[in-house]
Design a protein around this ligand. Structure first.
Ligand SMILES: Cc1cc2nc3c(=O)[nH]c(=O)nc-3n(C[C@H](O)[C@H](O)[C@H](O)COP(=O)(O)OP(=O)(O)OC[C@H]3O[C@@H](n4cnc5c(N)ncnc54)[C@H](O)[C@@H]3O)c2cc1C
Length: 450
């Protein structure tokens, strides 16, 4: 039995633990700074304990704000440990906590009587900086958590998100002006280190890294064609002199294409080709909105930019004894890359692919997947077409609990499930898998949205 071979795919647990320890250490330090400087002087007096709490949570909010750039900067080193989706999930969570802490900070000041409620005078402009910061945080969090509800397109949301750096500066201005203890001695040194880290990450992410990567990201469209209903295949090859990056099956890249019909922003797509295949990268892209709809205008010869690889959704990080792949619709792309890689390795790994799609006409590469059975002796394919008369899998019309219970083997240690598809399908399938005895640690999943 062969495992999937790939260059850089071992999970690094101790590095993760180190990052978590740094994170916890930072917050213990912030708590200590807040408590040490205020607790002794104020909490001993009746009614001032809320001030201590209010100030400690304000420090936590500033600490989280400074960390946000690190989480969203697409740093490869962090992506390899936590995956970009994991980092962005944490980024969103950190945003919600920041807003909560920042929101309660002034309330605790007023509750304690340290600040008097009422209109601000001109001399209190540093307080106004804090107020503006909280308004900015509301805008950032509401537009991110309820983007669809407030009817913002992804691009509008991205533009609005650019206020994040000024919001951090407002918070810092508010803190340093109001609180003289933050401008003294070791505490000042602590903030300088955090600030340098924050500014360094911003500079690296927005200027240095894009500049350095530009040359290695230059690709050109070598083929563009419709391969199924609403699905477009785009093949990209590196421009002359550019070395294609290494990746492992299941990873994705950010793609931008230079074409008069398309806006220039980057979109994430899984690389459907295998690492061992020629230098061309293949993407299978479903028409899902404004940008993907216009891919019909892409032609061979169009210039493109590919920034990658990213993500940790890969069986090769785990070396499974048995692999189950469950895909819904276009969620087949990471599975296809994995199967193509296994095919190239002539792997004997037992693999069960369960692919649910609406109609065969909208399912790309059906024939190729059937042919892969010739290369992979232990590959079993279950196709479920939910909107056409059941063919090969008679009686199976939906990927529900009954279906999965019928077609999935009982869980054994070493089994690994890869799950990718529409959010609702993934949620339901994950619950079903758990109820069938598959532990959470044996289920890898990737959502096609951040
Ligand atoms: C890790 C990952 C892998 C993916 N792999 C594939 C794939 O192999 N094949 C495929 O067809 N689709 C894939 N997608 C989905 C694809 O990125 C979106 O369908 C596409 O970006 C939609 O853009 P749009 O403007 O046409 O649609 P819109 O209607 O504008 O957006 C639809 C949704 O896509 C997301 N989105 C839009 N623009 C961006 C952007 N610039 N950056 C990040 N997210 C954005 C937003 O969540 C948005 O709600 C993947 C997504 C992710 C996160």
């Amino acid at each position: 039995m062969s495992a999937i071979k790939s260059p850089t795919c071992q999970p690094a647990s101790w590095q993760k633990i180190f990052c978590w320890l740094l994170f916890i250490g930072l917050f213990l330090l912030l708590t200590r700074i807040g408590a040490r400087h205020y607790f002794r002087e104020e909490a001993v007096k009746a009614g001032t304990f809320p001030v201590t709490v209010g100030r400690v949570i304000a420090l936590w909010a500033v600490g989280l704000m400074l960390l946000q750039s690190l989480l969203a900067a697409r740093l490869r080193v962090l992506d390899r440990l936590f995956g970009l989706d994991g980092l962005l999930f944490f980024h969103r969570l950190a945003g919600i906590f920041t807003l909560t802490f920042a929101f309660f900070h002034p309330q605790l000041m007023y509750v304690s009587g340290l600040k008097k409620a009422g209109p601000l005078s001109l001399q209190q402009w540093p307080l106004a900086l804090g107020g503006l910061c909280i308004i900015g945080l509301w805008l950032l969090v509401v537009s991110s958590v309820w983007r669809k509800f407030v009817a913002l397109s992804y691009e509008q949301w991205l533009r609005l998100h650019k206020i994040a750096a000024p919001v951090v500066l407002l918070a810092l201005g508010h803190m340093f002006i109001i609180e003289s203890a933050m401008r003294k001695g070791l505490i000042l040194g602590f903030w300088v280190v955090l600030l340098v880290l924050w500014a360094g990450v911003l500079l690296a992410a927005r200027v240095v890294i894009p500049g350095r990567r530009a040359a290695s990201e230059a690709f050109v469209v070598s083929a563009a064609e419709k391969v199924a209903d609403n699905v477009w295949q785009i093949d990209l090859e590196p421009e002359e002199g550019v070395e294609r990056f290494d990746f492992f099956p299941g990873q994705f890249a950010f793609v931008a294409i230079k074409n008069p019909e398309l806006t220039g922003e980057e979109h994430p797509f899984t690389i459907a080709s295998a690492p061992s295949q020629a230098k061309t990268l293949q993407f299978l892209i479903k028409n899902s909105g404004d940008w993907t709809r216009k891919l019909t205008s892409v032609r061979a010869g169009d210039q493109a930019r590919v920034c990658g690889p990213f993500g940790v959704f890969s069986a090769c990080r785990h070396r499974p004894a048995n692999l189950v792949m469950i895909a819904g619709g276009i969620g087949i792309t990471p599975m296809l890359s994995t199967l193509r890689q296994l095919g190239a390795e002539k792997s004997v790994l037992p693999v069960k692919l369960i692919w649910s799609y609406q109609t065969s006409a909208g399912a790309p590469c059906l024939g190729e997947i059937d042919d892969l059975r010739g290369l992979l002796p232990n590959l079993e394919v279950v196709k479920i077409a939910t909107r056409e008369p059941a063919g090969e899998n008679v009686g199976v019309r939906r990927l529900d609990r009954a279906t999965l219970a019928k077609i999935l083997p009982a869980f054994k240690p070493g089994d690994l499930v890869m799950l990718c598809g529409p959010v609702a399908m993934m949620h339901e399938t994950r619950q079903t898998l758990r109820s069938l005895g598959y532990p959470g640690s044996a289920i890898l999943s990737e959502e096609f949205s951040f």
